[in-house]
Design a protein around this ligand. Structure first.
Ligand code: NDP
Length: 523
């Protein structure tokens, strides 16, 4: 349908209402009204009818406890915190707020489960549980998708078509490895590490849980996982899946709580392995927290990916990839293609096509099946995006936002594009983690490589060109853990993912992801 939409005749530019903390813009386009051409010059304007997904498939409890030793328990001091729907600013539920004593309890439960049950099972037995979890996730996929969208703000079509199916796929994939570790690491004996402490962020709550829990369990470890404070609900629903799958108590423990309590988990003396996804700042603190110990550590941190478009690239296809690269999940993606590097000869048509495409994006209710860009995860994140966008304008970059009405309530931000961006601008250097694209230009492949690598991060990149040889030439020179060619933001459980430089170290996914949860011994 989107491809059939036609633009209405140009109207004078309008300043959109300033809602949700979004400031006025330098240039706006009239809101697009799509129409069906009738062939005789007449056109009937049309709008998408609301298509809300039903909330009835999920029961949001008034209060959630911690999941420790297979039981739902209150925090040791009885404290709770609230989680909010970022699209409506309404409270969804109260959640027990773990203390350091609760972290200790959870680590003890995980240690006991490791000794008594999980490490004594054969790989084949462990696989049965993982297969069961994968199947239950698929059976309850609608429930997970709706809850995830309500708690995080991401559009239902993303949680339904990406997050939940990929989370299940990780359990299927690692279930397959559980009884084949000797083939994964030929000639070596793979032993589990013990208790894994896992801290995950709010941008892909269920998916990050799956990335971490599935390989850990497949390799024979037990887990204590701390979800982000703004998105604890899908992890707590996953606790229910563990019960349903009859997972032995204590193999998985879920302990929501404030960031500082995460450090109590990281530094707990009985933890053998730490896995963290989140900001580079907290990653550094965690690095310090495990320094001097023999704990294993993987850090998946921020990014400022370059999406490079050469003049021989199929531009329409590239536009879709650029949009997917930066506006998917509101740009709250560590590997988002937030810097577009366009070859000088095609920058003008490319930017025009991008602006046209941006005007067709629908921003609004995450539970509406037609929504492309949902709510920003929290007020704090919205403020951070707003501040960086203001810095972009103050530093002289030219901003474009399509005109679109934003909901009265909730944390929304218009898809934003900056041209006239210099490499020194904050919007070209800092991770914005929002729907904001900075367009830079280059003339030669060497200049593209230099600009792409001119960042402290090194998580991902994209290359758009007709020539396979050029892709290989570029990939060898790019300092990025993942380089997509003529596509962007593609994920598969068999494929490793991770970064260089300040984007962290270690890999998740594939056999590399399994490696991070085993100790290899000689036969
Ligand atoms: P954080 O790095 O603070 O949060 C990620 C996780 O770490 C959350 O579970 C958080 O808990 C926890 N945490 C926070 N402080 C500590 C601590 N001292 N010790 C141990 N764990 C801790 O990210 P933010 O939510 O603050 O986001 C800030 C910025 O980080 C974003 O704007 C974005 O640029 C970047 N980011 C990058 C992500 C990525 O995937 N690479 C993901 C999220 C953010 P709690 O939620 O309770 O604070």
């Amino acid at each position: 349908m989107v491809g059939m939409a036609t633009r209405t005749p140009a109207e004078p530019p309008v300043e959109p209402k300033s809602t949700n903390g979004n400031s006025a813009v330098t240039r706006v386009e009239p809101a697009p009204t799509s129409s069906w051409g009738l062939g005789d010059g007449a056109a009937i304007p049309w709008e998408y009818a609301p298509a809300p997904e039903s909330r009835d498939v999920v029961t949001v409890k008034e209060r959630y406890g911690l999941f420790i030793g297979g039981k739902d328990v209150a925090a040791s001091d009885g404290e709770i915190f609230s989680t909010v729907n970022p699209a409506t600013e309404e409270k969804l539920a109260d959640v027990a707020r773990a203390t350091a004593a609760d972290m200790d309890k959870a680590v003890r439960a995980a240690r006991s489960a490791f000794r008594r049950s999980w490490s004594t099972l054969t790989g084949k037995e462990r696989a049965k549980y993982l297969f069961r979890i994968a199947r239950i996730l698929q059976e309850r996929s609608r429930e997970f998708a709706v809850l995830e969208s309500m708690d995080s703000g991401k559009p239902i079509k993303e949680s339904r078509d990406v997050d939940v199916p990929l989370a299940a796929a990780h359990f299927w994939y690692y279930a397959g490895w559980a009884d084949k570790l000797e083939y994964a690491f030929p000639g070596r004996v793979a032993k589990p590490l013990g208790v894994a402490a896992q801290i995950i962020p709010w941008n892909f709550p269920l998916l990050m849980l799956a990335w971490k829990i599935a390989p850990a369990l497949a390799a024979g470890n037990t887990v204590v996982l701390k979800p982000a404070s703004t998105t604890p609900l899908s992890a707590l629903l996953f606790a229910d899946v563990c019960r349903q799958a009859d997972l032995p108590p204590g193999v998985v423990n879920i302990v929501p709580g404030p960031g500082a309590i995460g450090m109590a988990l990281v530094t707990h003396p009985d933890v053998d392995k730490v896995a963290f996804t989140g900001s580079t700042d907290i990653g550094r603190q965690i690095f310090k927290g495990v320094a001097g110990t023999d704990k294993g550590l993987t850090l998946e941190l921020g990014g400022k990916a370059a999406n490079i478009v050469f003049d021989d690239a199929p531009l329409d296809q590239a536009v879709e990839g650029i949009v997917n690269g930066i506006y998917f999940n509101q740009g709250e993606v560590c590997c988002a293609g937030s810097r577009l590097l366009a070859q000088e000869s095609i920058v003008e048509p490319l930017v025009e096509k991008l602006k046209d495409r941006l005007a067709t994006l629908r921003v609004g209710d995450p539970l509406d099946k037609n929504t492309d860009v949902g709510a920003i995860n929290s007020r704090a994140q919205l403020e951070k995006i707003t501040e960086l966008v203001a810095a972009g304008r103050a530093e002289g970059a030219e901003m474009y936002q399509p005109a679109c009405d934003l909901p009265e309530r909730g944390y929304f931000f218009r898809p934003t594009l900056f041209t006239n961006v210099a490499q020194s601008h904050r919007i070209a250097r800092e991770e914005i983690f929002g729907p904001v694209l900075s367009v830079l230009t280059f003339r030669t492949p060497e200049e593209a490589v230099e600009k792409a690598n001119n960042t402290p991060y090194g998580l991902s990149a994209g290359i758009w060109t007709d020539k396979g040889s050029r892709i290989l030439h570029m990939v060898k020179r790019m300092k990025a853990g993942v380089v997509w060619a003529n596509t962007f933001n593609r994920f598969d459980p068999t494929s490793p993912f991770g970064g260089y430089k300040e984007s962290g170290f270690g890999r998740e996914g594939g056999m590399h992801g399994l490696h991070a949860y085993v100790r290899l011994e000689d036969r």
